[in-house]
Design a protein around this ligand. Sequence first.
Ligand SMILES: *Cc1c(COP(=O)(O)O)cnc(C)c1O
Length: 432
Amino acid sequence: MEFRSTRGAPEAIGFSAALRRGLAPDGGLYVPTRWPSFELADFDGAESLPEVAERLLAPFAAGDPLESQLGAIVREAFDFPAPLVSVLDERLFVLELFHGPTAAFKDFGARFLAACFARLRREGEPSLNILVATSGDTGGAVAAAFHRRPGMAVTVLFPDGLVSPTQERQLTCWGDNVRSFAVRGTFDDCQRMVKEAFVDPALLARCALSSANSINLGRLLPQAVYYAATSLQFRRRTGRTLSFIIPSGNLGNAVACIWARSMGLPIGEVILAHNANRTVPDFLRSGTLQARASVATLASAMDVGNPSNLERLRAMFPELAALRGAVRATSIDDAAIRERITVDHARFGMIWCPHTAVGAETWANLAASERDAHPWCVVATASPAKFPEIVEPLIGGKVPVPPALAELLGRPTRRESLDASLTELREALLQQ
Ligand SMILES: *Cc1c(COP(=O)(O)O)cnc(C)c1O
């Protein structure tokens, strides 16, 4: 299988080359040149995430140096569950994607990418430095996935004082081959510094830099696996088709779901549930794409004003009418997020993180006829235990902390500081 840029450059490259590059040279994102098509019977006997992953991803790795190792990669990456939990009978479910090491769905993509990079490394190559800017969850997931891997180091940049205390602990509790820098600036500054580092001649000459950001195909593709496995299990058990409501920011999680559906998996409707950053819902309504500066919300991992993976969605559905037929989108404000956390805790006994609450609120706002038309699944993108500062006052009690997260939060932390300038970042990278 080969992959090509969304911006139309004719060059097509293989799976592992696309993983290493991240962004295409013309600034576009890599997408498959053709789509494999599956029958349900193709997954007969495949129940677990690794079993489904191996069959679903095989066509993408075909002909690539990683092909023969795909089984080992998916067994290593998908070593924690993604349970589908009933919220309301057979009508509303939640897909819990937060049982990995850092308690958010980003663990799936980060662990898959790390397992691939580890196998692509050749003896004697200089150590690979994964540079990542984070507004919260990505940095922790990437640090966890690459921690203590030989020949690889991680440099995390996060905006000082602008991540939650719990998130900061997750970004700074690693040590060994992971360095975490609190940047005196915003998330946008962190992202700019990473971009500048990748084209800085002094750094290029001395460091093997690589990225693990969410536009990397190696993070997006594995996310199709939990949609495939969940929808297959649901179809086998009930004979019905599950529809998904996906809390969205950069749209990586949602595009993976739509990719799974287009490959033939039994997935019904897909709704992109956004917070007050309403670029995507506005675009679907008006037909005019207007990127904006992001606004800060309670669901901060979704504070994106210019979602990068929209480009992949538009490449798939170039006509607006087709795009509107493929997805819907909603926008939920902070007041509704708060209210939903309180109400659903009282009504269902469920505790949502602020991102998941955007999905739950979207379901609650559907017309009754739509809620009755078919079963729905809200995707839980993070554990509420990552956001106790927000959630605990709303439910009037403590959020239970999963053991793996408790272990992380109990570790000693270590952080360094940086001004928001390439000069400082360059110095820090060159002296290690
Ligand atoms: C990253 C993230 C999102 C948004 O996912 P996208 O793939 O960027 O749409 C939603 N919720 C949580 C908890 C996240 O960490």
